[in-house]
Structures are given as C-alpha cells and as structure tokens.
Design a protein around this ligand. Structure first.
Ligand SMILES: Nc1ncnc2c1ncn2[C@@H]1O[C@H](COP(=O)(O)OP(=O)(O)OP(=O)(O)O)[C@@H](O)[C@H]1O
Length: 449
C-alpha cells in the first residue's frame, strides 16, 4: 500500500453566528450589543462605555470584525449549512479530510447549529443527507464504504458514545502520524437516516446538565467522525482507494464559573472544559502567529491532540463561532470574537488521501467475485429500468452474455444491427457464449459495464 501526496495550502474558514436574544436575557434588562452589519462584518459595542464621557468622546464605542461569513437571528439553519459546510462534501467523498467545529460560550447556540431540532435540523443531518446523495449520484462509476464513530471528551477522558460500556479510550498516533482512538466502535452505515439514528442514540449518552447559563448545557466536547472510502468500479491490478474523513464537532461551552454559578462537580467539569479550550486557544494563537514559526503544543489536551490535523495539518476546516447579542454577555462575546478573528489566519495543508493497492495473484478470485456481484447489480439495474432481456437462444440488437454459474449473470454487450449473440449453456460450472460470425471477425466483444 502506498500513500500518494499532492498538497495545497488552505486558509481556515471562519463563520460567526449571533443567536437571537433570549427571554431570560431580556428579563434581566440586557440590551442588544452585537450586530451583523453586512454579509461578513459584525460589530460589538461596549455596554460599559459612557457616551457622555468627554475624555473618550472621540473613541469609537464599537469594534468591528470581518469573517468569511456572518449570520444573525434572521439566518436559517439551511443558510448556515450552505455557507459553511455544504461545499466540503464533494471533497470528502473524493478523499479529502474536512472538519467543522462549533465554538463559543455556553448557551450561545453551538448544539443548535450542529444538531438542531426535529423541525430545524442542523449541520449533522443536512451534511449526512447530502453526503449520501452525492454518493448515490456517483455510484455508477464509484464504489463506496462509509463508516462512523461518535465520541465525547468529558473531564479529559474519551468515551465511545456508540458503546459507552467500553470505558475510557486512549489516543494513539499511527505510523503516518494520524491520531486514532484505540478500540473505538466504527459502524458501517448505508444511509443518512441510519447515521442520524446512531447519532441520536449516542447523544442520549452525552454528558448534559443544566447550568445557570443553559438548561441543557453540553458538558463535553462531542466528535462525530464519518469516513468515506471511494474506489473505482473498474477493477485493475492497481486499485486506487481514496479515504476522506469528516469531523463534525460540538464543543462544550467556554464559561466563567461566576456566570454559570457552578460548584463541585460542575466546577471541576468547567476546569477540564476550560483546560481543553485553553489548549485550543493556545494552539490557535501559535498557529495564527504571523511571525516566526512557533511550537504548537497539541499535546496539552485530548481535544487539541484529536484536532491536530484539523487545525494545522491535512484538513479543510470550518470554524463556526457563536455569540449572544446581549449586553450581559459582552466579555464572552469579545473573547470569542478575538479568537475567531485570529483563527482566520490559520493555514492548513490539504492533500488527497490516496492509497494505491496492488493486488496479489491470490486476490484475483475475490476480484472476480466482485466483478460478478457488479454484473449482477448492473443486471438488476437494467431490469428495473425495464430493459427487455432476450430469452435464451434469441437474437437481439442489445444482447446479453451469460457468465458463470447459477444464478446466471448477464453482461450486456453492444451489438450492431445484424450482429447476433446467442447465450448458450447456463449449466453449473460456467456457460459458453457463442458469437455470431460478424462479431467474431471483428476480433472480440465489447463489454458494456
Ligand atoms: N439560532 C438560534 N435560533 C433559535 N434558538 C437558538 C439559536 N441558537 C440557540 N438557540 C437556543 O438557545 C439555547 C441554547 O443553545 P445551545 O444549547 O445550542 O447552546 P450551546 O452553545 O450548545 O450551549 P452549551 O455550550 O452549554 O452546550 C437553546 O434553547 C437553543 O434552542
């Protein structure tokens, strides 16, 4: 197996979403201080600044930030998905890695963006739906295998959300430097609905507790990984396999203990969540530093080790930062906007993951068996399209060649107006095909697969 490399630098895409102001914030007398000015610009006003203060009269009370795309309370889930994630799908099914992660303080809409609700599904459901549709659309030429895993990092420990009884799992780095979770459950899936069911089941296992800032606060970082393997249906002794990995991550909220009034276990969780997020912030700082290349300490937390490729390696990465528009959230909003702004200058190096698999002679039997299944699949497709199959011994302008043992497999061939193909035999152990004289004289038959 050989890995083929072709790489390209790519800037992190950073989106900013301002959620609607909540009833609680309004009841507490908060005012709106975060506004989307245009498709890319967001303005944050400092609620503490006094417009009457003559010493600061000429200073602006507001700071503006430019992102790749900005959303406010008017944005629908579909708009957010289209502008941030939809464009990654084509790459993932053809061997590129991609990451989408939701970042921001607690209660600002990360889970809403990623998971959404039954009526307003989020990025997970929309991405999976389009991913399987893209696979379906190209499945005449390409063969796919899709698998998924779903984990959470809770108190700096990794739990398998598809099989929590496995206990805590460890991170390992393979020979190529790719971070793997040892022993994680990888489920092969065939459609978006199945993945969503597994995801919802896994989500029920996720650590979630009410805090003062959010009734259903996610206390852990949740990571959904979907792996797509693509290979051509045309068999060859050298087979190219493209492996694309898509990470979709709902981070736990960054929070101040005072705001969430956390004590005991919640306080400890907060410390661990903040340790991971602090490490993430440090990595973002180091990676976005335009000066001399800095050492990037991914090893400081499980989250940053897992996100190593997504942040500074081989991945097309989108960060969706979230803030509240309320004046009471000013400090959190300002620090989120600062990190998101820095993250814009992070560059990743994107390359297609190609594996060249050369087959050993002993594997030919399995290739032949694959080919037979493929012929069977095509036959079913032709049948379902209403194509008429010739009876045995009949001639046809569109003939079928019978191959192999029962159940008989039919390989459609393109024949000229007067060309004849008689499919003879069909007995166990192989059946013989007899070609009409004109066909033979042309030196062979063209299989149309
Ligand atoms: N864009 C939005 N439109 C409507 N409601 C929203 C939006 N964003 C967030 N909300 C609502 O705000 C509340 C908090 O959102 P959510 O749970 O997604 O926050 P979070 O950032 O994931 O918080 P935590 O980090 O604590 O898990 C939820 O009730 C959610 O439905």
């Amino acid at each position: 197996m050989k890995e083929v490399k072709e790489s390209r630098d790519q800037q992190l895409t950073v989106a900013l979403r301002i959620r609607p102001i909540s009833m609680v914030e309004l009841e507490e007398g908060a005012t709106l201080i975060a506004h989307k000015v245009d498709e890319q610009v967001v303005v944050l006003m400092d609620p503490m600044e006094d417009p009457e203060d003559i010493l600061r009269a000429n200073r602006s009370r507001e700071k503006s930030y430019v992102f790749d795309v900005a959303f406010d309370f008017t944005a629908t889930q579909e708009m957010v998905y289209r502008a941030t994630t939809k464009g990654l799908i084509e790459g993932v099914i053809s061997g590129y890695n991609a990451t989408v992660f939701a970042y921001g303080p607690t209660g600002c809409g990360k889970t809403y963006t990623m998971l959404g609700t039954d009526h307003e599904p989020g990025i997970y459901a929309r991405t999976l739906h389009d991913l399987f549709r893209a696979i379906e659309e190209t499945s005449d030429d390409m063969e796919y295998e899709v698998s998924m895993s779903y984990l959470e990092i809770y108190n700096e420990m990794i739990r398998d959300l598809l099989n929590p009884s496995l206990g805590f799992l460890e991170l390992r780095e393979d020979a190529k430097g790719v971070i793997q979770v040892a022993g994680i459950t990888e489920v092969s899936t065939i459609n978006a609905k199945e993945v969503m069911q597994l995801l919802l089941k896994g989500n029920k296992q996720r650590m979630q507790e009410p805090t003062a800032a959010n009734q259903t606060s996610s206390r852990s970082h949740a990571v959904l990984q979907v792996t797509v393997r693509q290979k051509s249906r045309i068999k060859n002794i050298m087979q190219e396999v493209r492996v694309g990995r898509l990470f979709m991550i709902d981070l736990a909220g960054s929070e101040r203990a005072s705001q969430t009034q956390n004590r005991g276990q919640r306080m400890k969780e907060g410390a661990h969540i903040n340790r991971s997020l602090l490490a993430l912030g440090n990595c973002i700082n180091a990676l976005s530093d335009k000066g001399a290349p800095k050492y990037v300490n991914y090893r400081d937390s499980k989250l940053t080790r897992l996100l190593k490729d997504s942040l500074g390696g081989n991945s097309r990465t989108v960060m969706i930062a979230h803030i509240s528009p309320a004046s009471s959230a000013f400090e959190e909003s300002r620090s989120t906007l600062t990190y998101a702004d820095r993250a814009k200058s992070i560059k990743t190096t994107v390359k297609r993951n190609l594996l060249n698999v050369s087959y050993h002679i002993a594997q030919y039997t399995s290739i032949i068996s694959d080919l037979r299944s493929e012929i069977q699949r095509l036959k079913c497709k032709i049948d379902s399209q209403g194509a008429t199959r010739p009876a045995r011994g009949e001639s046809s302008t569109r003939g079928c060649l019978c191959l192999g043992p029962s159940p008989r497999l039919w390989l459609p061939v393109i024949l000229g107006q007067h060309e004849r193909l008689d499919a003879a035999g069909g007995q166990r152990g192989g059946c013989r095909a007899q070609l009409g004289p004109q066909r033979k004289s042309r030196g062979g038959l063209r299989g149309h697969v």
